[in-house]
Design a protein around this ligand. Structure first.
Ligand SMILES: Cc1cc2nc3c(=O)[nH]c(=O)nc-3n(C[C@H](O)[C@H](O)[C@H](O)COP(=O)(O)OP(=O)(O)OC[C@H]3O[C@@H](n4cnc5c(N)ncnc54)[C@H](O)[C@@H]3O)c2cc1C
Length: 552
């Protein structure tokens, strides 16, 4: 296979020459540097590359170009090379416009002109884009193929799992020619769907998510029996703790029951995380954090749910749902929160078949031209509305409250107002869902005028608040009446330490009622429910683990 390309597009010949020269100097021995002087010319180059089976690692486009600007170009280029990393080159005066536009396409970085010295301003960005592209291999040739049914919950689970873990795969409907060919090759009938065909040609009929994880090369079993630190939950708090634990030399294990990234991994664009003025998608943030944890040798397991925790002398032992145990000196609980179910008639039976909790980004393209309904009034619902408005004919946000102001950030409300195909309906609730095999209609109650109406609806995305799923902790650690884990000063009632506390010090700030067991992020009582605070608490928990280990 030939060298992968780094493509630059700039209509200004002197800028175009200069950037190609700088790129060639640093990357010319490993990558083909290709330059084009307009979006149309660059698309032509990409089409040729595609036909010749070429690969593109990075596309760097100037923002301000006549006819087709950089954003428009990248949007079209994504259809040809969806996994190439994307960067936008802007003049300082254009940054605001570029940032606004970046919300439309998933751009990894924007670079300011001039980029001198390149060692400081260009190469670090390109290095990180190329590392990211290389870490995931050549995504143009995904090895895993999935044959499924559009409206089947098990098919959705597998696609969602692969997408959230950023594992490249190709999906074929069981009724498409290629889907039928794969089923035939596997000597399997329609009952074998979903069928997963692995890189080495094994056909897995109706596999569990854990079997799919193994087939995708994701680790599901711990490499040792005992660790310095085990983190339960792979959202921002858990990933933060894993990066700090690993980087500070602790033998660290992160256990995640589904896919790393947690709630943040489902966010189409996080705009308030420090250091990303143009926002970052949850998938990108997760990808970077996971690679950072790997770099520091923190082990990560996916598809393993923890269902028990006990103290064995100085050891803290965790039990997996499918049996097996693993122990450590210290544990950080970072299990976050999960969506509350929507308790309306018919909804439970259609979950995964048109009704989805969270964004389910895999469904974006399938929503093309349909009417999408979103339930919820918080930022997560607002982000989802913006995301699906790129595909759907119409997006209706159903909000139970009187207005969005009380529950959604101002910047999101402003953005929603600017998108033509988004409608916000307040004081509205879904009271029923109907459909045979998949969602076809919902019944909406509008309390402003007391009406009930049944409307056609193929997709319903639910974002109605969340709760910690911590029942499995039982009485091991103290929780508040909603199930959030109490820590530090929260545990001192009238100056008294919690019952059973056996140290001559107060619990550390993020320490639970059991020494050596900490909580970080959304699962912690009184925590701020934000990505930045979750990451911060993950890091802080590791500092406190060190103090705990020193004082044992
Ligand atoms: C769609 C959406 C958009 C958002 N946008 C923003 C935003 O723009 N800005 C912002 O600051 N915040 C945003 N938030 C909130 C933010 O994502 C959360 O505050 C943050 O993710 C909390 O991180 P966490 O690690 O504490 O928990 P989570 O992200 O909830 O992660 C917890 C993880 O633990 C795993 N887990 C749970 N139980 C177990 C178990 N027993 N065994 C193993 N694993 C387990 C879960 O599968 C999950 O992956 C958004 C949330 C959503 C849902």
């Amino acid at each position: 296979m030939g060298q992968a390309a780094i493509l630059t597009v700039d209509d200004d010949p002197s800028v175009s020459r200069a950037i190609a020269r700088d790129l060639r100097r640093r990357y010319g021995d490993r990558y083909r540097i290709v330059r084009a002087s307009s979006g149309a010319e660059a698309l032509e180059v990409l089409r040729e590359l595609k036909l010749r089976g070429g690969r593109v690692a990075v596309m760097l486009a100037d923002y301000r170009m006549p006819q087709m600007n950089g954003i428009e170009f990248l949007e079209e280029a994504m259809d040809l090379f969806p996994f190439a990393r994307r960067a936008l080159l802007t003049a300082y005066a254009d940054t605001d416009a570029a940032i606004q536009a970046i919300n439309v396409v998933d751009v990894d970085h924007y670079l300011l002109k001039p980029w001198d010295p390149p060692e400081e301003k260009l190469y670090p960005v390109l290095d990180s884009l190329l590392d990211a592209w290389q870490a995931t291999g050549d995504r143009e040739q995904p090895d895993i193929r999935v044959v499924g049914h559009r409206w089947s919950e098990p098919s959705f689970q597998i696609r969602d799992f692969l997408a959230r873990n950023l594992v490249p795969y190709r999906y074929f409907g069981a009724d498409e020619p290629e889907g039928r060919r794969l089923l035939e090759a596997a000597e399997a009938g329609p009952e074998a769907v979903p069928l997963v065909v692995t890189a080495d040609g094994r056909a897995l009929s109706r596999p569990t998510v854990q079997e799919v994880a193994r087939a995708a090369g994701l680790s599901t079993d711990p490499g040792r029996d005992f660790y310095d630190l085990i983190i339960v939950g792979g959202g921002p708090a858990g990933l933060g703790a894993a990066v700090y634990g690993g980087s500070e030399g602790l033998k660290t294990l992160l256990i995640e029951r589904q896919a790393v990234g947690g709630q943040a991994g489902q966010s189409s664009r996080i705009e308030n995380y420090l250091g990303f003025p143009d926002g970052i998608s949850g998938a990108q943030l997760t990808d970077r954090a996971r690679r950072q944890a790997d770099k520091f040798a923190a082990e990560t397991l996916t598809t393993r749910e923890v269902v028990g925790l006990r103290t064995d002398g100085s050891a803290r032992t965790l039990t997996f749902a499918d049996g097996g145990e693993v122990s450590a000196h210290a544990v950080v609980l970072a299990t976050g929160v999960s969506y509350r179910p929507l308790l309306a008639d018919g909804v439970a039976g259609l979950t995964g078949s048109g009704v989805f909790y969270g964004s389910a980004a895999t469904e974006g393209p399938a929503c093309a031209g349909t009417d999408v309904y979103i339930v919820g009034g918080a930022n997560s619902a607002g982000q989802a509305a913006l995301f699906f408005s790129r595909y759907a004919r119409r997006v209706t946000l159903l909000v139970r409250g009187d207005s969005l102001e009380a529950s959604m950030s101002y910047y999101l409300i402003q953005q929603l107002a600017q998108v033509e195909n988004i409608e916000v309906r307040t004081r509205c609730e879904v009271i029923g869902a109907q459909g045979t095999g998949h969602l076809q209609a919902i019944t909406v109650c509008d309390s402003k005028n007391g009406t009930k109406a049944t409307v056609e609806c193929g997709y319903l995305f639910v974002f109605i608040g969340a709760e910690p799923r911590t029942d499995w902790l039982g009485d091991t650690v103290l929780r508040d009446d909603r199930g959030f884990v109490r820590t530090g000063p929260d545990l001192l009632v009238g100056g008294e330490r919690p019952r059973g506390w056996d140290r001559d010090r107060d619990p550390f700030y993020l320490e639970s009622s059991v020494p050596g067991i900490f909580a970080a992020g959304d699962v912690r009582a009184s925590s701020v429910k934000r990505v930045a605070s979750a990451v911060g608490e993950g890091a802080m928990a590791v500092a406190l683990v060190h103090r705990y280990l020193e004082g044992r």
